[in-house]
Structure formats: C-alpha cells, structure tokens
Design a protein around this ligand. Structure first.
Ligand code: KIV
Ligand code: ZN
Length: 548
C-alpha cells in the first residue's frame, strides 16, 4: 500500500449503532453496508457478532452479500471492502466474530482489551501483567483463525505510554497487523494525541510490520482534530462513522476527515479511496434509518453547509464562488435535484436509475418499488433522485413489519376536534381499527395506533422535512421514542431481569405528511416489537440450555 494512502475504516454499523436510538433492522444494515461499499470505504466494521444471534447474523449477511464481488454485478463497487467483526479479548467473542466474517473475501477480526489503569483496576479487575498475557493469548488465538487481525488497547489515550508500547509489541508478535489507538472517552487534545501516535511509532517493537490506526471520540468536540493530528504523526488508518454518530457525543465523522484531506491536499498529501460524490447520499440514508437528524450547521453534510444567507456573502458568491466556498457542493454529491423520471417512465428505466443510485433490488422488490413509484408519479409531476432515494428507504423501513398500515383517515382544521381513524394489519393477518381524537392529526393518529399496538413509549423526537423543493414535495419524517426492550410476561428466567429503556428510531416518507408521520411511528414501534421478540427467543433458548 502506498505510504500516502489512508485507509478509511467505517464503524457506523458498530460504534455508530451504539448511539442511543440507532438500532437498525437487518434490512437497513444491509442497505447501509451496500452504500458504504459504493462510497469506497476500505474496511467496514459490520457489527459486534457476540452481542446477540441477530448481530451475528447481520454481520454474516453483510460478509456474504457485500464482502464479495457480486457475480455478474453491474460493477458498482470500486473494490471489495474488508469486512470486520468486533470481539472482546476472549474466545467466545472471537469465535462469534470469525463465524460471521469468514464468508467475506477479505475478513478481519478486531479484538480489544482496556489498558488504562482505571479500566484495568475497576472494570477488568486485572493486573497489567494479566492484561499482557490476555493480549498474547487472544491475538494469537484470533490469528489462528483469520490472517487479518486488528488489535485495540481500549482507552489508549489514558494509558501509560510505556505499558502501551509493550502491549502493542506483544500484539504484533502474536499476529496483529493493524494497531488501533482509541481515545475511547474523547479526552485527548490534538497535541497530546499526535504525540501519543509519534511515541507509539518510535517505541513499539515491530511497528514497521503493522498499520497504525486512530479511533477518536468526540466528547470535547475534538475528534476530527485529534484524528488529523494522528494522521500527521504517521497513522494510516482512520476509524470513522457517517455523520459522526456513536456513543455519547459520537465518533470522528467520515465526511469531515475525508473532505479535510481532499480540500487541503497540499497540506497533508494523503489520499483515500472515497468517492466523495456519494457522501451526501450515505449521510441522508444513515440519518433516515437511525432516526438521528443531522444538525443543520454540521460540517459537510448539514443542511446549511453550503447555504449563503448574508447579503455580503451572496454578493461575493455571485462574483466568484471561491470567495466564500472552499468546497463545491457537487464534490460531496449535492446536485440540483435532477428530473429523472415521470409517470410515463417504465419499469426498466426505474431499474436502471436505481442501479445507478446504488440500489440492487430483487425482482419482487423492484415490482413493489415500481408500484410505489407510479403512485408517486401520479401525485407529483417530477420525480427526482432524492424522491427515489426516499421511496426506497421508506420501502426498506417497511420490510420488517409486525403491524403495517392499511388505512388512515384524519379530520383536522380550525373547526371541530382533530380525529384519526387508523386501520392496521396485525401479526396474525387480522385487521385492527381504532379512532381517536388528539391535539392535532398526528397526535390523534398516534393515539389510535397506541390503542392497537399497546407499546408504552415516550416520543422523544419528531422531525419533518421536505425531500425536495416545491409545494408537491415528498415529506420525510423521522421519530425517536423510548420504550422498554422487554416485557414482564416475556421473562422466563432470572437472567432476563434486564429490562432496559432503549431509544428506537423510525422513518417514513409520503406526499401526505400525516401518512409519513404514521409510517415513521409504526417503523419505530415495529423495531421495539422485533427486539422484544428476539430477546424472548434468546431467553427461551437460554432456559432450554439450562434445563437440558
Ligand atoms: O472507543 C473504543 O475504545 C472502541 C474500541 C472497541 C476500539 O470503540
Ligand atoms: Zn469507539
């Protein structure tokens, strides 16, 4: 690999999915994985397979479907990304990771253990010598299964540098080929983090055999600055997420690092394999599926990132765009919404356009998409790329449903009480109808749904926006709600006393914003129900194991 090539390691589906409310269905994970491959990431951390059988299965599907060149594919991916699974430094986790990633053309196991005094003493209850021994044993074990091993000393930024050099040296000796240095709690400053990386490169035995990677959290808003400092010190892999999502304040955002290196090439002299024109599209997809909105002033992907409001700025822009613009919107894939299709366009044209946008649909999915496209094209004169993306994302969100929307009618306005009648198809195929009044049509519809579905929850976020300009635009709604991820009647063993409140996101798109709101709410409720049923299945198999 060239010395000036920076590997982009995307962890949206692992560290990103650990964000509150980011729980994704397996169909959504697969769609994001495809979009990441198209974006050109070098390594994709597809999940934490030991977390649950569903997590393992989701990583395995990604390894099979995205981690291999598709036979007879239209060649949409520039290369086949490495598919990586995370594992704590124990055999059970490592086995689970290998079980999931082994199907990829380029599999990787990423194993980690904490090395800071506070983590070793209070979390692991292990001495530094015991941690060293674990690293030797578990990296060697992982390497006996898989050639490509990444090792991370968790909380490296608060670890003793000399101990860190020793741990990393042992990891290399045991077979690790990538050494990832995490600032797990986002505590470092750029000077400190750069010095940490320089120290590691200067003092770790065997370091020339490995790639040094950086993984920064954003608790002080310094993740991108710390990552860039690490790259300047010699790291050649950056671990990032789309939109910077992740635990607490998130991870380093992919778009910020990539566009910094792209815009300031002369300063850094580093290149990546990222197709920057895909950035906006993947950003929207991740935001829609996770239900986590992007702040309007977010660098590169925020709604205002390329908006010029002040008169003096607009005047300058008209004279020369470089006056106030350091990147062209087209470079990150923001184009004027292009007219692509109309109501006379046929199924083949839709298939070709969706392939160009990166969607690989099965025949059944295409039939469904075409029916929905026709309905949309009847309502809306011009169907743009952004409309097609919303349409497909809405379809993917609907693909794992327990309750589905069969009918909705609302009355609202200044006279009378806002009322909604909702008809849902339930898990048994039966229709359930309920009507309710509320403070507005959305409130009334949500109350009617609650009466049918019966999932107690608190709506913590509701966002609505138009996909394109124009009065006939599609409306997109994302919601986030808090609900318990289990119910008392699902408890089958003492181990199941782990009821937790979790945040779930949902997405819906429609030309009718009340319909979009209902779809988003139902998508989130379906995620609660799916996660409860998976938990219940796990409890049953645990009980069966215990009684066998
Ligand atoms: O932040 C962290 O330390 C991690 C490790 C598992 C790499 O995510
Ligand atoms: Zn992390």
């Amino acid at each position: 690999m060239r010395q000036n090539y920076l590997r982009i390691f995307d962890t949206t589906l692992r560290d990103g999915e650990q964000s509150p409310g980011a729980s994704l269905t397996s169909a959504e994970k697969l769609e994001i994985a495809r979009a990441l491959a198209r974006l050109g990431v070098d390594v994709m951390e597809a999940g934490f397979p030991a977390a649950s059988p569903d997590d393992l299965e989701a990583v395995r599907r990604i390894a099979i479907e995205v981690g291999n060149p598709a036979p007879g594919s239209s060649g949409i991916y520039n290369h086949t990304p490495v598919i990586c699974g995370l594992a704590r430094a124990n055999k059970r986790d490592i086995d689970a990771a290998w079980q999931a990633v082994q199907y990829a053309a380029h599999p990787r196991i990423h194993t980690f253990i904490a090395t800071s005094p506070i983590h070793m003493e209070y979390k692991l209850h292990m001495s530094p010598e015991q941690v060293l021994e674990k690293v030797r044993e578990m990296v060697a074990y992982a390497h006996s299964l898989c050639e490509d091993i990444e090792f991370s000393p968790e909380d490296a930024a608060r670890s003793e540098p000399d101990f860190l050099y020793q741990v990393l040296g042992e990891a290399i000796a045991a077979g690790a080929t990538t050494l990832n240095i995490p600032d797990t709690v986002g505590y470092s400053t750029p000077e400190e983090f750069g010095a940490l990386i320089s120290g590691i490169i200067a003092n770790t035995p065997g370091i020339e055999k490995a790639v040094v990677s950086v993984h920064c959290h954003n608790d002080l808003g310094l993740a991108t600055a710390n990552t860039i400092a690490g790259l300047k010190a010699g790291a050649r892999q950056a671990e990032v997420t789309i939109n910077g999502i992740g635990e607490r304040a998130g991870n380093t955002s992919l778009e910020e690092v990539v566009m910094t290196l792209h815009t300031r090439r002369a300063v850094f002299g580093l290149e990546t394999g990222i197709d920057t024109t895909q950035i906006t599209r993947v950003s929207r997809m991740v935001s829609n599926y996770t239900g986590i909105p992007v702040q309007p002033n977010k660098a590169v992907v925020g709604a205002n990132a390329f908006a010029h409001e002040a008169g003096i700025h607009q005047d300058g822009m008209l004279k020369h765009h470089n006056t106030y613009e350091i990147m062209r919107p087209e470079t990150v894939g923001i184009s004027q919404s292009r007219l692509v299709m109309g109501k006379h366009s046929g199924r083949h044209a839709l298939k070709v356009r969706l392939q160009e946008l990166g969607y690989e649909l099965s025949d059944d999915e295409l039939i469904q998409a075409f029916d929905r496209f026709k309905v949309l094209a009847d309502k809306k004169k011009e169907v743009t790329d952004a409309d097609l993306e919303a349409l497909i994302e809405d379809q993917v969100s609907l693909s794992e449903e327990i309750y589905s929307l069969d009918g909705l009618q609302v009355t609202c306005g200044t006279i009378g009480m806002p009322t909604a009648s909702v008809r849902l198809r339930g898990p048994d195929g039966a229709m359930h109808v309920h009507a309710a009044v509320g403070t507005g049509p959305v409130h009334a519809a949500y109350k009617a749904i609650d009466a049918i579905v019966g999932v107690e929850n608190d709506l913590v976020e509701f966002n609505i926006h138009a996909v394109t300009e124009g009065i006939d635009a599609l409306g997109e709604v994302t919601v986030r709600l808090m609900a318990q991820n289990g119910t008392s009647h699902h408890r089958t063993s003492p181990q199941s006393e782990t009821l937790q409140s979790k945040t779930y996101g949902g997405y819906g798109a429609d030309t009718d914003i009340v319909v979009a709101s209902v779809k988003a709410y139902l998508a989130a409720l379906n995620k609660v129900l799916i996660s409860r049923s998976h938990l219940a299945e796990q409890e049953v198999s645990k009980t069966e194991l215990m009684t066998a």
